[in-house]
Design a protein around this ligand. Structure first.
Ligand code: PBG
Length: 330
């Protein structure tokens, strides 16, 4: 007796494998995170993120033109804020001449059709490295949401297409949607970091922006009172449902690889585009192992990103975007 069904027939050679392949990557899948700094002619490599850089505005222009020529049509902007502008009020976040506001205009000037998404959170602006106003050892929710709404409006006024609140305060999507609608920015979208976990994988990002929580008395040492507990699954559904009801157009799960069960849950439960953020620590792990010669960089990169898409990601924010697109030659 031999098996009638031989699954290996569909794996005989690359032609048949590619014919029946279920998940294929393209430049359209990617959202490219970009770090921006004040200054001129700066392309500064981030120590814990090899081959990833912070750009001053003049070089940002060149970088986005290159992305566009590779078919990468969406960017997610982050800024490294100068120490002298950091405080506990977040007022620099809505400065119309702030670095983020100028970065948005720079990208739109260089590449008018590039979709510009902006990080809405004030940890890079916070003297304490938190995503909100700190008082009596707590990160205040409602006071922080008010600032996030003003920050969002100022990004929209500078020309942002989509706002990406990454702070995890309660009620911020509604507050942002309301201020946008009230000011006529009805077409400005919101991509909410809905299920964002308190993760140790954000370390290199905090190096990049110098935004880690400071170690001082009465300052929370971590972000566990607002970001989610990584042991929880159904809570991600509750968070995501709230954000959709408050007006989120795209929802996000973050980090990526360790959270693909959550991605699939959300994909199966809601009918909105799902974004996944493959975060800085995930990038750093691949780079470090490859540098040691322990893993094949390109093979592991493609396997991980394909897995993220297979799990249900419609949008992938990844520091590997350029590498993948160059490698695939698409
Ligand atoms: C903060 C923010 C973080 C990231 C994006 N926005 C870090 C944090 O929550 O401390 C992490 C992204 C990455 O690690 O690549 N608002």
């Amino acid at each position: 007796m031999y098996p009638l069904i031989r699954n290996r027939r569909l794996r005989t050679n690359e032609s048949i494998r590619s014919l029946v392949r279920e998940t294929v990557l393209s430049p359209n899948d990617f959202l490219v995170p970009i770090f921006v700094v004040e200054g001129k002619n700066i392309k500064d490599e981030i120590a814990s993120m090899p081959n990833y850089f912070r750009y001053s505005l003049d070089l940002l222009e060149k970088e986005v033109k290159e992305l566009w020529s590779l078919g990468l049509k969406s960017v997610l902007l982050f800024v490294k804020v100068e120490d002298k502008l950091k405080d506990n009020t977040g007022k620099e976040t809505y400065n119309p001449d702030g670095l983020m506001q100028r970065a948005i205009k720079t990208v739109k000037h260089a590449c008018p059709d590039m979709l510009v998404m902006t990080d809405v959170a004030f940890d890079p602006y916070s003297a304490y490295g938190h995503d909100g106003i700190v008082q009596n050892g707590r990160v205040r929710n409602d006071e922080s949401v008010e600032v996030l709404a003003k920050m969002s409006l100022s990004h929209a006024q500078a020309g942002a297409d989509f706002l990406a609140p990454s702070d995890m305060m309660d009620g911020r999507i509604l507050a942002i949607r309301e201020i946008l609608e009230g000011s006529g920015y009805t077409d400005t979208g919101i991509m909410s970091y809905s299920a964002k976990y308190a993760s140790a994988f954000y370390g290199p990002f905090r190096d990049a922006l110098d935004s880690a929580p400071v170690d001082a008395q009465d300052i929370p040492k971590d972000k566990k009172t607002y970001q989610m507990d990584f042991a929880n699954r159904s809570e991600a559904i509750k968070e995501t449902e709230m954000d959709i009801n408050e007006g989120a157009d795209i929802v996000m799960v973050k980090p990526g690889l360790c959270y693909l069960d959550i991605v699939r849950d959300i994909k199966n439960t809601f009918n909105v585009p799902v974004a996944v953020y493959q975060v800085s620590g995930e990038y750093a792990m691949v780079k470090a192992a490859a540098e040691k010669g322990w893993l094949d960089h390109d093979a592991v990169m493609l396997e991980q990103i394909t897995a993220i898409k297979r799990a249900g990601a419609d949008v992938i924010a990844s520091y590997f975007a350029k590498d993948v697109v160059k490698l695939l030659g698409c």
